[in-house]
Design a binder for this molecule. Sequence first.
Ligand code: HEC
Ligand code: HEC
Length: 388
Amino acid sequence: MSKHENPYPGENNTGHFWDDEQDLRELNNRPPRWYMQAMMVGVVAVVIYSFYYPSIPWFGDHYKGSAGWTQITEMNESVAELEAYREKKFAATEKAIAESSLEDIIRDDELRTYAVKTAKTLFGDNCAACHGAAGQGNAGFPILADDDWLYGGSLAKIEQTIANGRKGNMPARMLGITDAQADELATFLIETGKGAQGNPNSASKALYMSKGCIGCHGPTLAGNQMLGSANLSDSIYRFKAEDQHASVVRTIIHGVNQGHDPQTQDAVMPAFGHSSVIDAVQLKKLVVYVHQLGGGVPVAPAPKKASVSKDPKYTPVAAKSDSFADVVVAAEANYKKNLAQNAAWRDTGKMIKEAKKSKNVALAKKANAQAVNALRQASVALTAGPTF
Ligand code: HEC
Ligand code: HEC
């Protein structure tokens, strides 16, 4: 350690040097004026802010500020603003969803996209815990994103499922099946599930037939969507397990939803239709969402509506009033248009003549109605008929 000597005598430095060359040294100058002024402004701002906003801690509580501001009120205001915006922007679409049939929502690109997008969160909140975030299923909970349906993939079936819930029922140990028979049946089902590669044993098939399985799963093992009895021939397992053979044996011995049997396979889909969790519009959105996950039965295109021609040749003349004279004038005018279009009905002219003779308003009205009808028909035929 050498003796400390200031190499810059007379300079306004503090004597602290930060490098060996003693180039970096601490000076003791006044800060610039602009800097001090800015600091003063800051001090004043702190005082004003601490009056205006919540600030000083005070005996277990704190000074609340003159503005009444809290993070919570600010958040509530933002949420209200967002909701008002949504209400304004989407009210019409929400209304259209409420009023359209499920088929029409699927057919309409805008409604369908909106329903799917908004249902995503609903699905996440209410369904994903059991069916997986993207409907990919979980052990014990069916996949919703494929076209293998227990209860059917039409819009109506999906709606029934979500609204009313489902609870498949399969008895335990049908007709006194023994453990050995259960094992044999499981082997048979798994082999059959492999399709052409499988080599199911015909004696086992007889066992399947004789133990009543056929009643619910059918002769081809394809299942029955009325009962929700799984398809046993497609190797898609409703109760998927590491050891699929053991799972099938368990299903056969303990059944499905047999409350008295602790080892039974649980399969309860809760009913959402009468719950306060989701409302009718949300239910519709969920049906559309599940349908659109990939396995929905396609919806037929809407029947084409015949458009009525706007051509004045086909536009009926309206009677000015219900008086006999006005109705007859309208009837005659419309009948004339009928004739011009080659579309007159045989007795319209006769009815008008008779009405005029007997001054019968009712008959005149009937004649007019017929003439108007003929015009409509002619105009529809023009746009809806075959074109050559
Ligand atoms: C508590 C778990 C659980 C929740 C929550 C749940 N589900 Fe299910 N869901 C099931 C079970 C279990 C089944 C099968 C029922 C059966 O096998 O009888 C099922 C079946 C279904 C099916 C029929 C599948 C088919 O193949 O036919 C649909 C569709 C469905 N759920 C949709 C939904 C929707 C949409 C929601 C959310 C609103 C939902 N689920 C919420 C458990 C659940
Ligand atoms: C009363 C109707 C009924 C009868 C009878 C019945 N099952 Fe079932 N079975 C069902 C239903 C319903 C399910 C699907 C349960 C569900 O998903 O909710 C099912 C599911 C199964 C499964 C599970 C399939 C999978 O994908 O994991 C197997 C295996 C099975 N049954 C085999 C049999 C056999 C073998 C018999 C005859 C011994 C039989 N079942 C008799 C109604 C029946």
